[in-house]
Design a protein around this ligand. Structure first.
Ligand code: ATP
Length: 420
């Protein structure tokens, strides 16, 4: 099968010193992969002309497509355009469409247009301009010696718009790309080794053009089947069959049979059950509420959260009894269950989640070491509480606790028959 290789080059000193995390490459890599283009190399380069030129030369030897982001702005450190001119032996000209776009944007913002801003409309004369609907710097498409070079702005939102509206459709039109189909499911609360043991025979039986990928993160493992072929319909049918086999093997751990997050899967389930959720959070500090509310439309299932960090807050806001806190402590089954009940009552929801634990690095004891977290989930009829141990740094422990709590509730909701 024909393989089209691409490389990604991100430009900017800020990428090298860790000031900006290179999310552009991740996005571009994902989108190219979806349409059957293999990313063979990703390189980050500082704002240095010689380095950019050398990197362009070397990437062009191994790739049919080189995608570049960054350095298109109007300031002195933005050197991508003059460097591309030198690389292609071209000269800078003003592009009328890009100029109008700059003028329109400044007039909408009601800001004065200074000559420096007008340089955003200057492009090397050998490029095809890709209009940028989200910003002033246009994208640029070059072709030389059978290699396509695409230069995009560094601003992630602008780069994404150009990738989705221009670059991907143009590449699909221009190149003969293989059909690529992905099918993803999400498991929670099980390690990838256990899954690998379970699916070993299945994985070995897959044809060479279908691959299984394990994508683990914070107590979750995403399983993705990717098929490549020449006939999309045939491939889709075969991938569907394999996906059904995979689902049946991991069914007990599966929380979604599509490429969504755990919080999306939980919200979807609650919506299907016409139910509502509230959280009472101590050690997770509202993080579970933040994850749920990051999903558009979460207001139909999420009533609210009480972040009760201090004991007084647990008593006053969640009606946890003073005696419970004195006798068992804040990190205990008794306290977390009372927090849960308080949340169900005060926020008037079908289900609730409560968390209380010691996230570290200090604050642990022999009896309750750092990483001890009590999590309760339930409704007005039944409560389930489990003690967890998370052995990582504070941030990771918080993430793990949030995922463990949402997984517990997901399973609890699924087990309920008559919960109203
Ligand atoms: P502009 O025309 O707006 O100046 P630009 O093409 O010159 O855009 P840069 O100046 O390099 O782009 O970066 C603009 C913004 O985008 C900065 O906030 C930068 O941190 C961010 N950015 C640049 N490159 C990346 C990247 N690879 N990943 C994520 N963010 C990036």
């Amino acid at each position: 099968m024909l393989q089209v290789n691409a490389s990604i080059m991100t430009i900017g000193d800020e990428l090298l010193i860790g000031q900006t995390i290179d999310t552009n490459s991740a996005f571009i890599g994902t989108e190219l992969n979806k349409v059957g283009i293999w990313v063979t190399k990703r390189v980050a380069i500082g704002d240095v002309k010689k380095d950019i030129l050398n990197t362009l030369k070397s990437l062009a030897i191994e790739s049919q497509i080189v995608i570049i982001t960054g350095g298109l702005g109007p300031t002195a450190d933005d050197i991508t355009k003059p460097t591309l001119c030198e690389y292609f032996g071209s000269r800078m000209v003003t592009n009328e469409g890009a100029l109008q776009n700059v003028k329109d944007i400044f007039s909408k913002l009601n800001r004065p247009l200074i000559p420096r801003n007008l340089t955003q409309a200057e492009v090397p004369d050998n490029c095809i301009v890709l209009p940028n609907r989200r910003g002033t710097a246009p994208g640029m498409w070059f072709e030389k010696d059978d290699v396509i070079y695409i230069s995009l702005p560094g601003v992630p939102n602008e780069m994404k718009g150009l990738m989705m509206h221009s670059v991907i459709p143009e590449l699909q039109k221009k190149l003969r790309l293989p059909a690529v189909v992905h099918k993803t499911l999400l498991t929670s609360g099980v390690g990838e080794s256990t899954i690998a043991d379970r699916v070993e025979d299945f994985e070995n039986s897959l044809p060479s053009y279908i691959k299984l990928a394990y994508l683990p993160a914070y107590g979750l493992v995403r399983l993705r089947l990717t098929g490549r072929g020449s006939d999309k319909n045939v491939l889709e049918k075969e991938l569907n069959d394999q996906f059904i086999r995979l689902q049946s093997l991991v069914n007990e751990w599966m929380v979604a049979r599509e490429d969504i997050s755990l919080q999306e899967a939980l919200s979807k389930l609650l919506r299907e059950k016409n139910s509502t959720l509230s959280t009472a959070e101590s050690c997770t500090g509202g993080y579970i509420a933040q994850l749920i509310t990051s999903i558009p439309g979460s207001s139909s299932v999420f009533n609210g959260s009480v972040v009760a960090y201090a004991n007084e807050a647990k008593e006053h806001l969640l009606s946890v009894r003073h005696e419970t806190l004195v006798k068992y402590g804040a990190v205990s089954e008794e306290t977390v269950c009372e927090m849960l009940n308080g949340s169900l009552q005060h926020l008037n929801t079908t289900f609730a989640i409560a968390t209380s634990g010691i996230m570290g690095p200090d604050g642990g004891s022999d009896e309750k070491p750092v990483g001890t977290v009590w999590i309760a989930v339930g409704n007005k009829k039944e409560v389930k509480a489990v003690k967890h141990f998370f052995r990582f740094d504070r941030q990771r422990n918080i993430e793990l606790a949030a995922h463990a709590a949402m997984t517990m509730l997901f399973r609890f909701v699924n087990e309920q028959q008559n919960y109203h």
